[in-house]
Design a protein. Structure first.
Length: 277
């Protein structure tokens, strides 16, 4: 069973002034999975206060300070916190030792334009950035492998969740029925109003619209449920999937691009596996 815990991690305050608050997911022993909350950072305005995404207009100085405090919390170097530049697609990147040997500039090129990041390396934190889109973590306890994927509505239509399961099976020989997954904070059915053109794309892609959409004047689509169904269809048992239930649009504890505008902070949803002994 997966559990969620709200944590506020206390750092060595002589070294760090900010202390990130995390929504933590109890996914497996020796594995830390979480989503960052808005609190406990140094950001200001629409980035107040904990943002580590460098693609949304925030101060690079504040991003670096927040990233350093998160690294301190996780007990790793900041260079081991990985976040791709996402493009609402369905492409992936595999993180292996050769990637970690690259320069920072070379790494940025490798993770440019991908919406899923995979690894079997311990001590490396992989994650995705969201602010209404759906973040998904998948963990394979048999093969000590994990991934984090960004499922916006476009990625969901492209069935990025089931493609991620297939990638786990191909790359790590994962058995879908042993996988564990978390669907993190994202926009809810009630808050995600869409135009007819978006509804039509889901319908054309073969989604069960009676199960994932509701007309409330305009159409509303349930992105967390879409992705939960995709994971189940891909073979992950329903009982192995935890849905956070957090609606980013209505919760002031999390960033929301729809509520705050695109020039605002982002949630970092990530997983790190401890070093095996």
């Amino acid at each position: 069973m997966l559990r969620m815990l709200m944590t506020s991690t206390t750092l060595n305050m002589s070294m760090m002034k900010n202390s990130p608050q995390l929504l933590s997911y109890d996914i497996a022993p020796g594995v830390r999975a979480f989503s960052t909350m808005r609190h406990g950072g140094v950001g200001e305005g629409a980035y107040c206060s904990f943002n580590i995404n460098s693609y949304c207009g925030d101060s690079q100085e504040n991003i670096a300070a927040n990233k350093a405090s998160l690294a301190e919390t996780l007990g790793i170097e900041p260079t081991k916190i990985l976040l791709p530049h996402q493009v609402h697609g369905a492409d992936f990147c595999i993180i292996a030792p050769d990637f970690m040997a690259l320069s920072e500039e070379e790494r940025a090129k490798v993770i440019e334009g991908v919406d899923g990041i995979f690894t079997s390396m311990s001590g490396v934190c992989i994650g995705v950035s969201t602010a209404d889109c759906i973040p998904i973590i998948i963990y394979d306890p048999e093969h000590h492998a994990a991934c984090a994927i960004h499922a916006g509505w476009r990625g969901t239509v492209k069935r990025i969740a089931s493609k991620a399961v297939a990638e786990m099976q191909t790359t790590y020989h994962s058995n879908a029925d042993k996988l564990k997954a978390v669907i993190g904070p994202g926009i809810s059915l009630e808050s995600f109003e869409v135009g007819q053109e978006v509804y039509d794309q889901f319908a054309s892609a073969g989604f069960d619209m009676n199960g994932i959409a509701k007309q409330m004047g305009k159409w509303h689509i349930d992105l967390p449920e879409c992705n939960r169904r995709e994971l189940v269809a891909a073979g992950i048992p329903a009982e192995n999937i935890k849905v956070s239930g957090v609606d980013t649009y209505t919760s002031n504890d999390f960033f929301s691009a729809r509520r705050q505008g695109i020039n605002s902070g982002r949630i970092y949803t990530a997983i790190i596996m401890e070093e095996t002994k």
